[in-house]
Design a binder for this molecule. Structure first.
Ligand SMILES: NC(=O)c1ccc[n+]([C@@H]2O[C@H](COP(=O)([O-])OP(=O)(O)OC[C@H]3O[C@@H](n4cnc5c(N)ncnc54)[C@H](OP(=O)(O)O)[C@@H]3O)[C@@H](O)[C@H]2O)c1
Length: 338
């Protein structure tokens, strides 16, 4: 399986390490031998149709800051789009930064890959939240597969749980904590009585929050994930602009105290059913399966027959998200051999 890897940051590097470490086991257990034949970052690309050496890629990135400095096979200035169009391969793994304004560069990468007859695995929420239906239709038209498990829940198999474990049932609503950063901030406001600003600073110092925390604290990261869940699980045809979004920036210590008096915690909750699509702070009673702490994510699916089922896990991380990408690759291989 020849792979073109677009983006070589936390997730891209985590994925390269994972397939390099899992090598023989993947062949023995699943009959796949993933080989990275091209990688792109902002500085350019590295291409070797026989396969790039992962250790050398990591070393090059560490020392030179770009994979384009890869010995003998580096291509400074060559874009990810050009790789997709010109380098042969079966799968494009798209892990460039999320952009919710226009989905770029991920949207163009994914569209070009599908048009070129390449399967796509992505953890990039932007293109999926802005153009879910169009991308799925494009994949179907070109008879290739588009998978996106890493977009929701990092390595926690939230989409897989809904798609596979509840097969035969009908999921009627989804309610959950889809963003670990805001959950960390609200947890610290509750447990350590910090103000929002203090908790945010702490989250930034620990690397849980970005220097610009708007995507997380204003609710847009959760909203992107909710749109993906609503399309995939509830079969709704919705986009990011359809979500009613309210973040946690204005939550005060008084509101946190008030929640505690009611034996509840304030959580940033994403909710979807056939009529509603909303992200907003809500009170969750102590002891409820969604009342999880720290950076955890938790999603509760209500279905017609099974009732309420909750999946809990770490919602981000390079290695964790890489494991979701690997699951998607294995699924693509299994679907192709049926
Ligand atoms: N980190 C997580 O825990 C996590 C979890 C779930 C989903 N995700 C999603 O996965 C994606 C990647 O996340 P990350 O944490 O790995 O981000 P990251 O560390 O910022 O890495 C992004 C990579 O994309 C490259 N890039 C940026 N623009 C590009 C372009 N035009 N062409 C080619 N490459 C380009 C960057 O190049 P440079 O290295 O040259 O800057 C970098 O290598 C994001 O969409 C994110 O939302 C991340």
């Amino acid at each position: 399986m020849r792979i073109l890897l677009l983006g070589f940051g936390t997730v891209g590097q985590g994925f390269a390490k994972l397939i390099s470490e899992a090598g023989l086991e993947l062949l023995g257990s699943y009959g796949i031998r993933p080989r990275i034949v091209a990688v792109a970052d902002r500085g350019g690309a590295a291409v070797n149709l026989r396969g790039l050496d992962v250790e050398k890629l990591l070393q090059t990135k560490r020392k030179a800051g770009t994979v384009a400095a890869y010995p003998d096979h580096g291509k400074p200035g060559v874009s990810g789009l050009k790789l997709v169009e010109e380098v042969p391969g079966e799968v494009v793994v798209e892990v460039t930064p999320t952009n919710i304004r226009d989905g770029e560069p991920g949207l163009s990468h994914i569209m070009a890959a599908l048009k070129a007859g390449k399967h796509v695995v992505t953890a990039n929420k932007g293109p999926m939240a802005l153009a879910f239906q169009a991308l799925m239709e494009l994949a179907e038209y070109n008879r290739v597969t588009l998978r996106f498990s890493g977009c929701v829940g990092g390595g926690t198999p939230i989409l897989d749980f809904a798609g596979k474990c509840l097969v035969g049932d009908r999921i009627t609503s989804i309610k959950g904590i889809l963003n670990g950063t805001t959950n960390y901030i609200l947890t610290r406001m509750t447990d350590a009585k910090l103000s929002f600003d203090e908790a945010l600073k702490e989250a930034q110092a620990l690397g849980y929050a970005e220097a610009d925390p708007a995507m997380d604290v204003d609710g847009w990261d959760s909203a992107c994930k909710l749109v993906i869940l609503a399309n995939w699980v509830l079969e709704r045809k919705v986009r990011l602009e359809d979500v009613e979004v309210k973040g946690i920036r204005n939550i005060t210590p008084e509101e946190i105290e008030d929640a505690l008096k009611r034996k509840s915690h304030v959580k940033l909750i994403a909710y979807a059913d056939q009529d509603t699509l909303r992200v907003s702070p809500e009170l969750i009673p102590l002891g409820h399966p969604l009342c999880v702490s720290g950076v955890l994510n938790a999603v509760c699916f209500t279905s017609q027959y099974a009732g309420e089922e909750t999946v809990v896990g770490k919602g981000a991380g390079g290695a964790e998200t890489a494991s979701a990408i690997l699951r998607d690759l294995i699924n693509i291989k299994q679907a192709a051999s049926r």
